[in-house]
Ligand binder design. Structure first.
Ligand SMILES: C=C(O[C@@H]1C=C(C(=O)O)C=C[C@H]1O)C(=O)O
Length: 121
């Protein structure tokens, strides 16, 4: 590998082919992640509405602790860094809780509006 290439244009054709093949898979995986996250947020929006209707708190730390334990074990089995898995879940849950707070305040959560200043915002 050289360090002078700023793009892959001047790399060996076989290398470019391999890179393109891997990037195709990465693009498919990224698309799947986006679709799965969209479905997850659809579910959590419903949870948020249910909680607001029944005056339940936006966050459930006990549930979160169980999810973290479960996800860390899944990550270990899958040879994914459990600390990364926990951080990733925490990032998503923090956003969900923000949505739930807004629903409880009577506002439309920004994830429904499709803007992008932060995840779901
Ligand atoms: C979705 C919920 O609300 C919050 C968000 C969670 C999540 O995104 O998984 C988990 C627990 C709660 O803090 C829930 O209570 O199930």
């Amino acid at each position: 590998m050289t360090t002078s290439n700023t793009t892959t244009g001047d790399a060996d054709p076989a290398v470019r082919e391999e890179l393109a093949r891997l990037r195709d898979s990465i693009d498919n995986i990224d698309a799947a992640v986006v679709h799965m996250l969209a479905e997850r947020f659809k579910c959590t929006q419903q949870v948020g509405r249910l909680k607001a209707e029944h005056r339940l708190p936006p966050a459930d730390p006990g549930r979160e602790a169980r999810q973290i334990t479960r996800l860390r074990a899944l990550a270990e089995n899958a040879k994914l860094d459990p600390a990364f898995a926990e951080k990733f879940l925490g990032f998503i849950i923090a956003e969900v809780i923000r949505h739930h707070e807004r629903i409880a305040d009577g506002a439309t959560p920004s994830a429904n509006r499709g803007t992008t200043s932060s995840p779901g915002e």
